[in-house]
Write a protein that binds this ligand. Sequence first.
Ligand code: NAD
Length: 295
Amino acid sequence: RYASIGFFGIGNMGKHMVTHLIAADHRVTLFDTNPQALDHFKEQKQAKIASVPQEAIANSEFIILMLPNGKIVRDLCQSNIFPSAKKGTFIIDCSTIDARTSKEMAELARSKQLSFVDAPVTGATIAAQKGTLTFLVGGQPNDFKAVEPILGNMGKNIVHVGANGSGLAVKICNNLLVAISMIGTSEAMNLGIKLGMNKDVLAKVINSSSGQCWSSQTYNPCPDVIPNVPSSNDYNGGFASELMAKDLLIALDAAKQVKALTPLTEKATELYNQLCSNGLNKKDFSVIFKYLNEQ
Ligand code: NAD
């Protein structure tokens, strides 16, 4: 059975996720504050473009959010979704935001007889395009059951991690690790090339040795080692450095709350902040290679 779905945030990730929902025969209504983000869907019969947020809320059984940060999620929920959604609507927040804001939104939603789950994703834009994302869901078991089939249209692994906020706790641990491994891969590739090594030989050896990781194997930051990744396209598309800087701040804040030591996350945050203030904020986070190379 198809569902009526309101989708907010048709960016690098959202546009691919919506394409899978349409392919699964759902009726989607799309809203984005940037009208250009919606151009691609104008001709699609199953996609309705909302001119105001309410049009994607009032008649939706499910509302999916794929937005840049927690402030935007909070504003949209409090100003538009909570006042306009019909009782029983499931709100699925796939954005990476801090767990505290998410738990607060879940409480407020419950008081209005709405359901709210955090369902951040791992897998980057390539996985969004292929429909192979992993969704890390935090919420009540019944809510998980209800949203699982919808998420299954956009991803391969749909994991119920625990109560509200749990999905985000796991997500932020993964992202601090990928930031650190991306910086490490960039350091190794940069040093090797400056020592006169061929980039392809270097990558091949790392990828069959103990230095192998996702950043070297699947998303290598050195241009033209792997085709169709942002580094081979002048670092366009993918996961913006400013979003990585945001995720690292969330991780640092979470670590502070529980007094966990994260010295490399601190260094990674410093580097990504520097990179953003040098005008590389919209470029994919693998641009750290180029930044180190040009220093
Ligand atoms: P993006 O910046 O490409 O897209 C976000 C979209 O939200 C933009 O089109 C923007 O115009 C829109 N938007 C902003 N405010 C809005 C509002 N009030 N209402 C409706 N639309 C609004 O970002 P993205 O790369 O697609 O990432 C989205 C979320 O997913 C982020 O939280 C990010 O951390 C997370 N994420 C991204 C990746 C990735 O590889 N890009 C991977 C995992 C998770």
